[in-house]
Design a protein around this ligand. Structure first.
Ligand code: GCU
Length: 682
């Protein structure tokens, strides 16, 4: 059985105490997740009582006047004597469940439940799985897919759900694990999930039609019980591959009719299906441009039949030329999303959402916000984050990423006040600038797999937890989210150990940045794998990810005056800030400017000395983590302790490799020695 997560851990059982639950349901809607194995039970598996007067906790559904379907209120009523009854109220069964989970969380964290109300900041709070039907996970670092896999060698299949399983199919069938996962996601407010990888290969294209659709429907039902809608990633060439048509041209009537039939079929099997997630004309995936059409033609073609059923089409903006010639200095990959999608602003259907990665490149440890966010004024928007640690240490290196994400969602795009109502920060404009705010929000690429603790490195759970909390409560801080997670995950740890783990995690994102590519320049990773250092791994390749280091300096000139002109894509105040080397924040200097090694940063250090100092500091910090983690031993479960201890040793090797290769490379390039005379291998 999988390791306990924050909702099934001992603390939660303690929080449940001896409470007796009752559901007072004015809507007639059954909260499916309270139906365990056919019986109506509370989330702790105990039978509910039917009489509200006899219950300590009443889940009241459909008796509130909230605008939001997801908002909830928790209030306590004092009865006669000492008795306190808790009412958890929401418009829908999902809202009441969010309230129930919040109640559990607040008890665990020692917070008051006397009068607490909450509504989510983002409408779509989505997890994107990059799982493939062969059981592997693209950019997955926590074992195989929890959905797909080789059934012949699988001992997990739960025959209570599949009494008459037809011959081999690509589904793992571990429905108990899927249910545990759904509960965990619902407990942090997630309400949408894409089942399969955006690169839709092989049989993955068949998931949207029978017979595999029937199995997808079984999974969808489990998620639906927790208020989570299921989405499928589709292959734009499916009309040819699956339908036997000669084209996938989105304006071709036969193609349109084919998609319409497929979508009708999906809704027959999954009445509350969420919709499609589409990677088109990107990194070799098929798309409308092959037929001389554009993204709007492709997305709107799917949106029409989808809209008849209340579904949506999520169209990804990760589109760029991945066959660039490194010799070509006129192309700048950072400009691509804006160039491709800004001209289409206002032309997408009401139920199309553009899903945009937060940075202009690709989930680096440091990037500016993509200028497309804040520029689009008439397009539904989702911001894409990557919970799985592709460029952030593969869940080997500790990397609590909330500080970075929150700095992105808190970035002021400077979108005009007459459009935004005065708050230009990302977290505010996503709903405010989306014409149909229901179709807006955040998506995070999943970091879970079949590993016992779900995420490979136990501490990587905090990023999944934090993603959900950030979607819901946008003003929560990285510290407060971490404190919740720690209280739920290591309730037995005690003050000193909790402090030690907290100290490691809160500095871990900066530590990782310190030993990786400097000052926002990005990449310098081993090509393909994206773990470990390779300074020139991508320098003479086709991906548009260059650092341009030479004997005089380093960095990418993206200014209008002398570079690629990328800075002009920002709103004027931000464009001016990034155009000027003196007002560009230090940490993004090399993303925007090519500067000499002797350039003095706002910190007072030269670029070259900064490179040396951060790389020594980054590697030293990992030694400190190992020491701190040793002090935690005995305060948390031994398996969790050992899991992280082993990874910290690997992180140490990684950090040292980065430190030495980066320092040596820049020493050889610049010829400038370290002011402090530390060891740099010349
Ligand atoms: C990155 C990643 C790919 C992924 C792509 C995407 O480039 O390395 O594995 O397919 O992003 O987001 O589509």
């Amino acid at each position: 059985m999988a390791d306990a997560m924050w909702l099934t851990g001992p603390v939660i059982r303690a929080a449940a105490g001896s409470h007796v639950f009752c559901v007072d349901n004015a809507t007639g809607e059954t909260p499916v997740s309270l139906r365990l194995r056919g019986e109506i039970v509370d989330v702790f598996g105990r039978p509910l009582v039917s009489d509200p007067a006899a219950a300590d906790v009443v889940l009241s559904i459909g008796r509130t006047s909230f605008d939001s379907d997801d908002a909830f209120r928790i209030r306590e009523e004092r009865g006669g004597g000492d008795g306190v009854r808790t009412f958890i109220e929401g418009n829908t069964a999902a809202a009441a469940l969010y309230g129930l989970y919040a109640w559990v969380r607040r008890i665990a964290a020692g917070q008051s439940c006397a009068d607490y109300e909450s509504a989510p900041q983002q409408s779509l709070r989505m997890i994107d799985h990059w799982d493939q039907v062969d059981g592997s996970v693209e950019r997955g670092y926590a074992g195989e897919s929890i959905f797909f896999g080789d059934l012949d060698s699988n001992e997990h299949i739960d025959y209570r759900y599949f009494p008459a399983r037809p011959g081999a199919d690509p589904f793992r069938g571990d429905m108990a694990r899927i249910e545990a996962y759904a509960r965990m996601l619902a407990s942090v407010g997630v309400n949408a999930l894409a089942l399969n990888n955006v690169n839709v290969r092989g049989r993955a294209a068949d998931l949207m039609v029978q017979p595999l659709l029937g199995r997808v429907a079984q999974i969808a039902r489990v998620f639906s019980g927790f208020g989570i809608k299921l989405f499928l990633a589709i292959n734009f060439a499916a009309p040819k591959k699956l339908g036997g048509l000669s084209t996938a041209d989105p304006l071709d009537p036969a193609v349109r009719a084919w998609w319409s039939d497929v979508i009708d079929g999906i809704y027959e099997a999954i009445p509350d299906f969420g919709g499609f997630l589409v990677k088109a004309d990107a990194e070799g995936e098929p798309g409308p441009m092959q037929y001389g059409r554009d993204h709007k033609d492709g997305a709107n073609m799917l949106a029409e039949p989808m809209g008849r059923h209340g579904g949506i089409v999520i169209w990804r903006a990760f589109v760029y030329n991945c066959k660039q010639d490194w010799r070509d200095r006129s192309t700048d990959r950072a400009k691509a999303a804006f160039e491709n999608f800004m001209p289409l602003d206002g032309q997408f259907a009401d139920n199309v959402v553009l899903q945009v990665k937060f940075g202009p490149m690709d989930f680096q440890v440091r990037e500016p916000l993509t200028p497309l966010i804040g520029a689009l004024e008439h397009t539904n928007l989702m911001v894409e984050f990557q919970i799985t640690a592709e460029y952030l240490g593969h869940q080997i290196d500790v990397n609590y990423v909330l500080p970075q994400w929150l700095s992105m969602t808190g970035f002021d795009t400077k979108a005009p006040a007459e459009l935004t109502g005065g708050d230009g920060r990302v977290r505010a404009i996503v709903p405010a600038l989306s014409p149909n705010p229901r179709c807006s929000g955040y998506a995070g690429v999943a970091n879970v797999g079949m590993d016992k603790n779900w995420t490979g490195n136990k501490l990587a759970q905090a990023n999944l937890y934090g993603f959900g909390r950030m979607c819901w409560d946008g003003e929560a801080t990285a510290e407060s989210i971490l404190d919740e997670w720690l209280a739920l995950t290591f309730p037995e740890a005690g003050e000193a150990a909790t402090k030690a783990i907290r100290g490691i995690m809160l500095t871990s994102n900066r530590t990782y940045e310190n030993y990786c590519a400097p000052l926002g320049v990005g990449f310098m990773v081993v090509p393909g794998v994206h773990y470990g250092v390779s300074v020139n791994g991508y320098e003479y390749d086709r991906w548009g990810t260059y650092h341009f280091a030479d004997r005089d300096g380093v960095g990418v000139d993206r200014t209008v005056a002398t570079g690629s002109g990328y800075t002009a894509q920002y709103r004027p105040d931000n464009a001016a800030m990034y155009e000027d080397v003196d007002t560009t924040p230090d940490e993004l200097l090399l993303f925007f400017h090519h500067v000499p090694y002797g350039h003095v940063l706002k910190s007072g250090k030269t670029v070259i000395q900064h490179i040396y100092d951060t790389h020594f500091a980054g590697a030293a910090a990992v030694d400190g983590y190992i020491e701190a983690w040793d002090s935690v031993r005995g305060s948390i479960g031994e398996a969790d302790w050992a899991n992280v201890a082993e990874r910290l040793q690997r992180q140490r090797e990684n950090a040292i490799a980065w430190r030495d290769q980066i320092n040596t490379y820049f020493y050889r390039m610049s010829g400038v020695p370290d002011e402090h005379g530390r060891t740099i291998y010349a």
